[in-house]
Design a protein around this ligand. Sequence first.
Ligand SMILES: Nc1ncnc2c1ncn2[C@@H]1O[C@H](COP(=O)(O)OP(=O)(O)OP(=O)(O)O)[C@@H](O)[C@H]1O
Ligand SMILES: [Mg+2]
Length: 163
Amino acid sequence: MGSPAPRSRIEEYISRSENDTLRIARSFAQRLRPGDVIAFYGELGAGKTEFVKGICQYFQVEELVSSPTFTIINQYVGSFPDGEHVVLYHVDLYRVKSPQDLAEIGFGECMATPDSIKMVEWSENADNYLATVPHYTVSIEFSPESETARIIRIAHVQPVEVF
Ligand SMILES: Nc1ncnc2c1ncn2[C@@H]1O[C@H](COP(=O)(O)OP(=O)(O)OP(=O)(O)O)[C@@H](O)[C@H]1O
Ligand SMILES: [Mg+2]
């Protein structure tokens, strides 16, 4: 028999500019449905917020999408191409490390809203929660090719079942 199938296919894209990242994000956003969670990974300045902006462009969000580093959770209202409204949460956990911090910012309540799309930067800081829900991961890495080149990897992960 062949080797076991990989648990999840990883898509890989090369972005050579901010606009490439926006385009890749808009294209990715086509598959999103109400309730989906997207966990972002990548160093400071990698382009996580830029990718979130692209998702928000797809959903025709009119508010200015900016880094929620100080507000921690931003809420936007957008719409699907068919006009159906959708709430998008943009969470930045850069400074939010402990379970107490997470509770304080209302992370659990935010993630529990069933029909919203949740986008989480610095999602390493919510590993315990993310291990319990299916979600997309978007990992952005600096590429040595040039200052504006990035490698973007997208996967979908399922919670590990514990018996
Ligand atoms: N290919 C690219 N994709 C995305 N951003 C790029 C690219 N090339 C250059 N940039 C620039 O890199 C910066 C990315 O900033 P952004 O705020 O998106 O990073 P971030 O990963 O959210 O960082 P932080 O961890 O501070 O939140 C922007 O200034 C953007 O113009
Ligand atoms: Mg950011």
